[in-house]
Design a protein around this ligand. Structure first.
Ligand code: AVI
Length: 324
C-alpha cells in the first residue's frame, strides 16, 4: 500500500484541454493578413524553433527582463513566500521549461505544482525530471491555451492557490486584455488565492529598443520565423529575405511594437487569398507593454486585488507583484 502511494506521488499527471483547430488557425491568419494594417498574433511566434529562439533571446545581454526578474526573485523569494504562505498549489501559467518556478520551490515549498502550457507534450520530459528531483511535490501538467480564457481543470485540486505568471508575458496583452486576464486569474484562483506576477517597467527608449533589436539579430530571427509559420500553417509563399525586422517603442502607448517590414513591393499568396504589400509596408507581429509600478498597481486593484506588494531591482527596470 505504502509502495503504491509513493509511486503515485512521484509520477506527474497530465491533462490536455486545448486542441489545435488548424482550420480556425488558417482563418485567423488569413483575416489578419487581409485587414488594412496587416497583423499576426504573437502566439504564432512559438513553434519549436521560435521557442528555442526565445530561450536564446533571454540569454542576450540586451534582453534585461529575464535576468533582472531572476535577481528580484533571488533577493526576495523568502519574503514573498512568507507573505504568500507556504504549502500552496503553485500554478505556473505558461510554464515552458518550468525553470523559473523550480527556482522558487525551496522558498515556496508548494504541496502541488501545476505547470500550464499550450502543449502538454512540451511539459512531459521537463516535469518527469523535475518530479524526480522533488518527489515530495505532487505535479500536474496541463495543456491549455489561456490566452483566450483561463479555466483550470479539476486535476488542479482544491488546495490554496498561488498563480505564477512571470516574464512580463502580461505585457503581450493589450491593457484591456490584461485586465480581463487578471480578473480571470482572480476567479480561477478562488478565495484565499494569490498571484505572483512579473512586469516589465517603462525606461529609456534606447534600452527598450536594444532589448528588442539586438545586434546579434536573434530577435530578428525570432520575428522572421513567423513567415515560415505562415507558410507552414496557411500555405503562404512568404520569403524571409523579403522582410526585415522592425522593433520600435511607442511612447504614447507605452509599448514596444514588433513588425515585419516588406523590403520591396510584393504579393503574399495562399490558397483562397492574397495580399499586396507596398515597399515599407508592415505586418504587426507583437506588442510588449511597459508599465509603471503605480499603473500596474491600479490595474491590479481594478481587477479586484485588494492587497499588493511590489519588489523591483535597484534600477527599477522590472517589478514583481504579489497580489491577493
Ligand atoms: C514573452 N514575452 C514576454 C517577450 C517580451 O519581451 O514581450 C517576447 C519577446 N519578444 C521579443 N523579445 C521577447
Amino acid at each position: 500500500m505504502l509502495v503504491a502511494h509513493t509511486a503515485a506521488m512521484t509520477v506527474p499527471r497530465f491533462v490536455q484541454i486545448h486542441r489545435e483547430d488548424s482550420a480556425a488557425l488558417r482563418h485567423e491568419l488569413a483575416q489578419g493578413l487581409l485587414v488594412e494594417r496587416a497583423m499576426v498574433s504573437p502566439k504564432f511566434l512559438y513553434d519549436a524553433l521560435g521557442s528555442r529562439l526565445f530561450e536564446a533571446i533571454t540569454e542576450l545581454p540586451e534582453y534585461y527582463p529575464t535576468r533582472t526578474e531572476r535577481a528580484i526573485f533571488d533577493a526576495h523569494a523568502a519574503e514573498m513566500a512568507a507573505i504568500a504562505g507556504r504549502g500552496r498549489t503553485l500554478i505556473d501559467l505558461g510554464a515552458g521549461s518550468c525553470e523559473k518556478a523550480a527556482r522558487l520551490f525551496g522558498a515556496l515549498q508548494p504541496l502541488r505544482y501545476v505547470a500550464v502550457d499550450i502543449s502538454v507534450e512540451y511539459l512531459r520530459q521537463t516535469l518527469a525530471s523535475l518530479q524526480r528531483q522533488h518527489p515530495q511535490i505532487e505535479m500536474v501538467g496541463v495543456g491549455a491555451d489561456f490566452s483566450a480564457s483561463l479555466t483550470l481543470p479539476p486535476e488542479v485540486g482544491r488546495g490554496e492557490r498561488l498563480l505564477f505568471y512571470p516574464g512580463s508575458s502580461i505585457g503581450n496583452f493589450t491593457p484591456d486584455e490584461a485586465l480581463r486576464f487578471l480578473r480571470q486569474a482572480r476567479a480561477a484562483g478562488g478565495a484565499g488565492s494569490a498571484l505572483l506576477i512579473g512586469v516589465d517597467l517603462v525606461k529609456d527608449v534606447e534600452t527598450l529598443e536594444r532589448a528588442y533589436d539586438d545586434p546579434l539579430r536573434v530577435t530578428a530571427a525570432f520575428n522572421l520565423n513567423l513567415l515560415r509559420r505562415l507558410n507552414a500553417l496557411l500555405g503562404c509563399d512568404a520569403r524571409v529575405e523579403d522582410f526585415e525586422h522592425v522593433a520600435l517603442f511607442d511612447v504614447e502607448r507605452s509599448r514596444i511594437e514588433m513588425h515585419l517590414q516588406a523590403r520591396r513591393a510584393l504579393t503574399l499568396s495562399w490558397p483562397g487569398g492574397q495580399r499586396r504589400f507596398a515597399a515599407g509596408e508592415r505586418i504587426h507581429t507583437e506588442n510588449s507593454y511597459k508599465y509603471t509600478v503605480e499603473g500596474f498597481e491600479r490595474l491590479l486593484r481594478e481587477a479586484g486585488y485588494a492587497r499588493t506588494r511590489c519588489w523591483t531591482d535597484p534600477q527599477r527596470w522590472f517589478a514583481v507583484f504579489l497580489a491577493s
